[in-house]
Design a protein around this ligand. Structure first.
Ligand code: C5P
Length: 407
């Protein structure tokens, strides 16, 4: 009985996969969980509340009021009672409502009131699953800290074959068990991340910038937050809007502003990851009026910016961890190794402009990690989220070594 004493609210929505929720409920109860089922009106078209109530041993909640005696089902109480809100199956419509706070049924109001972890097991046809609207909504849910249990690939109710089948009940039960058993590795830790490009102003309408999207830095921040850490991102201008609730974003524009904010946050943190593509030079003079096309030639003199990673490297204490990035076009390993020493980093993440799918903009990266003992770890081309996991694993290991927990 691996879920004894756990309170789970199981939300069902209007999908053909709702029949699997009966097996899922039985699995949770068998493991000792106390389960309150909430069904959307559409879910009742697919499986009866009687089945779910018989299996859970509790009346199913569905309407805000009971038609019989006017009892009010308090979504607030349910949200507070739950140790976990599990929505399985979750339709595209329900995920869209969750992402945008559209509370037109008891399940969504419970979701907005819940203080606990939320897990969502989507079920839908393959084209719905991969539609940009659904993909964007799932991204928003992830940014709220919700766990998406990815659907499997296989035959779908429509007869089509593809990704969209709700994960099997036994697997979901195992995910729930491991969620309750997992130990977050970075609770009570605080990290600083720099991310995105910097903009160095020439005049009120022009700047020198670069193509950094900020995706790698934000992915690392999300992973750290997922391990229970508090994260502060000092971020150059990026398009990323949604972040995990444990992340604070301090927006900046220039390298100078980025340095100033980093210096104020760094003393409080256990570690910092320098992911930003910081300009190495900035215009010597800013023109307060728009520069006119008066001559055949325009010369803008540039002066060097401060090296933020290098500055923090000088300030870092024995206990603090400092990670840098190197984006190289030639002599990659040698250059990265030199930067590691010069900036006093604990390890450096190298991505080469020569590798397809690595570096700026895209959703993938291919990295090599080099540490102070000159250990070189080469990784395959992966999504930036997976790369972030590899980086966070290495951070956890080095922090444990620093704390003397590991040789
Ligand atoms: O020397 P280079 O710019 O290649 O070093 C890259 C690393 O240094 C990255 O971690 C980047 O975020 C950091 N950096 C910095 N401040 C600068 C330039 C680079 O923090 N002015």
């Amino acid at each position: 009985m691996r879920l004894s004493g756990k309170h789970i609210v199981l939300g069902l929505t209007g999908s053909i996969a709702a029949y699997k929720a009966a097996y899922l409920l039985r699995g949770l109860i068998k493991e000792g969980a106390e389960v309150q089922v909430v069904m959307t009106p559409a879910a009742k078209e697919f499986i009866t509340p009687v089945t779910m109530s018989a299996l859970s041993g509790k009346p199913v909640a569905s309407e805000f009021f009971s038609a019989n005696d006017g009892t009010w089902y308090s979504h607030v109480d349910m949200g507070q009672w739950a140790d976990l809100l599990l929505i399985a199956p979750a339709t595209a419509a329900t995920m869209g409502k969750m992402a945008h706070g559209i509370c037109d049924n008891l399940l969504i109001t419970t979701y907005l009131s819940a203080k606990c972890q939320v897990m969502v097991a989507p079920a839908m046809d393959l084209d719905m699953f991969r539609h940009p609207a659904n993909v964007a909504n799932m991204e928003i849910l992830r940014s709220f800290g919700n766990i998406i249990i990815e659907p499997g690939e296989g035959e779908l109710a429509s007869g089509l074959h593809g990704k969209g089948r709700m994960e099997e009940p036994e697997t979901i039960v195992e995910e729930v068990v491991s969620f309750f058993n997992q130990k977050k590795k970075l609770l009570n830790k605080h990290f600083l991340i720099t991310a995105g490009p910097t903009y160095e102003k020439i005049d009120p309408v022009r700047f020198i910038g670069n193509y950094s999207s900020g995706k790698m830095g934000y992915a690392i921040a999300n992973k750290l937050a997922g391990e229970g850490a508090k994260v502060t991102i000092v971020s150059g201008p990026v398009q990323i809007k949604n972040v995990h609730p444990q992340i604070t974003v301090i927006p900046v524009e220039s390298a100078g502003e980025m340095l100033e904010k980093c210096l104020s946050v760094f003393p409080e943190v256990d570690g910092a990851v320098m992911c930003a593509a910081v300009a190495d030079f900035t215009p010597e003079n800013y023109s307060p009026t728009k520069v006119k096309r008066e001559k055949d030639e325009l010369i803008i003199r540039l002066k060097p910016t401060s090296d933020i990673a290098g500055t923090l490297g000088q300030l870092k204490t024995e206990k603090q961890l400092l990670v840098g990035f190197a984006l190289e076009t030639n002599n990659e390993l040698e250059n990265a190794g030199r930067k590691l020493k010069k900036k006093n980093l604990d390890f450096i993440v190298l991505n080469s402009m020569n590798d397809r799918g690595a570096g700026f903009g895209g959703d993938t990266n291919k990295i090599t990690m080099i540490d102070q003992n000159n250990n070189q770890a080469f990784f395959e081309l992966k999504s930036k989220t997976e790369v972030a996991s590899d980086i966070v694993d290495k951070m956890v290991l080095i922090l444990e070594q620093k704390e003397g927990r590991r040789e």
